[in-house]
Each structure stands twice: as structure tokens, then as C-alpha cells.
Write a protein that binds this ligand. Structure first.
Ligand code: FE2
Ligand code: FE2
Length: 277
């Protein structure tokens, strides 16, 4: 099967690009299952029922989050009520919601998603390595295809998680930094890995927010109100190809699309195979 994992969807520019480009990507890459990190989907910060339900209606099967999950108050009830929306597994047991879900493709094949958060330069959470190992152990008999969203800041912690799970899960995909890394690969044992899937949102920005205000904070050290930016929206994601029976990944490919790139992909498909070049 082929799994699309979309990097942090940021604000309306990100959601609008998902609405336009996701149907094209689903067809172009023959996608069976779609996962997206949505921690910045509502105005760049958090998730609301309205934005989450909208993204689910566009064809996203499971939504993951991270440190921004509770930024909008209504997430407290939405995360608890929507089984397709995860919060990091290694948050307090008193937090609403869940960090693991098992879903199915349209053809009925099981896919599990685990959302877990790092501890280096991040708000305090429980040990992500122990938490994810226990969850994988519980899932393994019921489901071979297991995808991890590791929401973390430090490259070394993310690479460590990749090797911790190499040969045990289908994919370890990093989120949170909003900058797509060029290290997508298949680790020994058939685990797709990338340090960060990137951001689906405005890229003429400072990781999603208006440049002037964010720069002012760096230049002056004074607080500044950060607003979501608008310019240069790009869809950043990875496509993982996996064997349904073993759960092993066989290929991983990065996507970095503007709306024009999506339009070109659609035109190439309309031209038909063999005529694109
Ligand atoms: Fe984010
Ligand atoms: Fe984050």
C-alpha cells in the first residue's frame, strides 16, 4: 500500500492548499491511506472541530498533533471525541484523547498510527522511546503496517527514534520543525525514515508566521504578537510504499508542491502515461 504523510498543516493557507492539491496527490501517487499533522491547522496554532472535520472531509484518514494540540480550548473536547485525531501518546494519562489508533484503508487493510513527542527542547512528557515500544508491542499481532509521527525538535533525538524502531515499524516520520529534511531513506529491516516531513503552509514566513513580527522578537528580544503568514503556500509530505503483509517499507519519496506543481501534476496525468516527457 501507499501512505501519504503530510507535514504540519499551517493555518488557512495550508488548509486551502490541502483542499486543492490533496485530491491530485491522492491520484498521482495512488495513495491508499493519508495521515496529516494538524497541530497548527487552526490559525497557525491548535486544532478546532471545524478545521479538523474539514480536513477529514478532504480525505485525511488520521490526524496527529504535538505541543500545540491544546492551544485552542475546544481541542480538550474534540480530541477526546474524535478517534481519528491523536495527541502525543506520552503526555499525561490525565490528558484527554489517545496517542494510538488503528484504522483501515478503503480496501479494508489495517494501518496503525502512533503519535509521540520528543523531550529535547520540548515541553515535559514521559519517555517517548519506552512509550512507543510498548505501543508497538501491543499492536504488532493485529496490524503489521505501523506509522509513527515523532513530533520533536532535536535532529539527534529523531534519528535515535528511527534506529530504535528500525525493522519494527513501517515508518518513523518527524514533524514539528516545519522544515523538510533531505534524509528520507529506508532503514535496515524496512523502516521508512525522515527527520522532518516539513510544513504544509506559507513558506515565505518564519516557520509559518509573519516574518516581521518573528524577526522583531529575535532582533529586540521583546515580545511580539505572531500572526500566520499567507505567502508561498507549499504542500510538504512523504509517500511511503509498504508491503501490506510484512509491514516493511520498500520506498519513501518526498513531496514539496506549490499549487502550480499540483496543477502540472494533474495536467501530466491528463496527458496519460508515456506522454508526460
Ligand atoms: Fe507544528
Ligand atoms: Fe510542534
Amino acid at each position: 500500500m501507499r501512505i501519504l504523510f503530510i507535514g504540519d498543516i499551517f493555518g488557512r493557507p495550508g488548509r486551502d492548499l490541502v483542499r486543492y492539491a490533496l485530491p491530485i496527490a491522492l491520484e498521482r501517487f495512488a495513495i491508499d491511506f493519508t495521515i496529516a499533522n494538524v497541530e497548527n491547522a487552526a490559525a497557525g496554532s491548535g486544532i478546532t472541530r471545524e478545521t479538523g472535520d474539514e480536513l477529514l472531509s478532504r480525505g485525511i484518514d488520521v490526524m496527529t498533533t504535538g505541543n500545540h494540540v491544546w492551544d485552542k480550548r475546544e481541542a480538550l473536547t474534540y480530541v477526546g471525541a474524535e478517534p481519528r485525531l491523536l495527541r502525543p501518546l506520552n503526555m499525561s494519562a490525565l490528558a484527554p484523547g489517545r496517542g494510538v489508533t488503528m484504522a483501515r484503508t478503503a480496501a479494508g487493510r489495517p494501518v496503525s498510527v502512533i503519535n509521540v513527542m520528543g523531550r529535547v527542547f520540548m515541553p515535559p512528557v514521559d519517555d517517548p522511546f519506552a512509550a512507543v515500544s510498548a505501543a508497538v508491542e501491543r499492536l504488532r499481532d493485529a496490524c503489521r503496517v505501523i506509522v509513527i509521527d515523532f513530533h520533536a525538535e532535536a535532529t539527534a533525538e529523531k534519528v535515535a527514534m528511527g534506529w530504535h524502531l528500525a525493522g519494527k515499524v513501517t515508518a518513523v516520520i518527524g514533524t514539528h520543525t516545519h522544515v523538510q529534511t533531505a534524509d528520507a531513506r529506508i532503514l535496515p529491516g524496512g523502516t521508512a525514515y525522515i527527520t522532518d516531513a516539513g510544513m504544509t503552509g506559507p513558506h515565505d514566513s518564519i516557520i509559518g508566521v509573519v516574518r516581521e513580527a518573528a524577526l522583531k522578537r529575535f532582533l529586540s528580544g521583546l515580545p511580539a504578537r505572531l500572526e500566520p503568514a499567507e505567502e508561498n503556500p507549499r504542500l510538504q509530505a512523504v509517500v511511503v510504499t509498504a508491503d501490506d503483509e510484512t509491514g516493511r517499507a520498500t520506498a519513501v519519496e518526498r513531496i514539496d508542491w506549490s499549487a502550480d506543481d499540483a496543477t502540472r501534476a494533474r495536467a501530466e496525468m491528463a496527458d496519460g502515461p508515456g506522454r508526460a516527457n
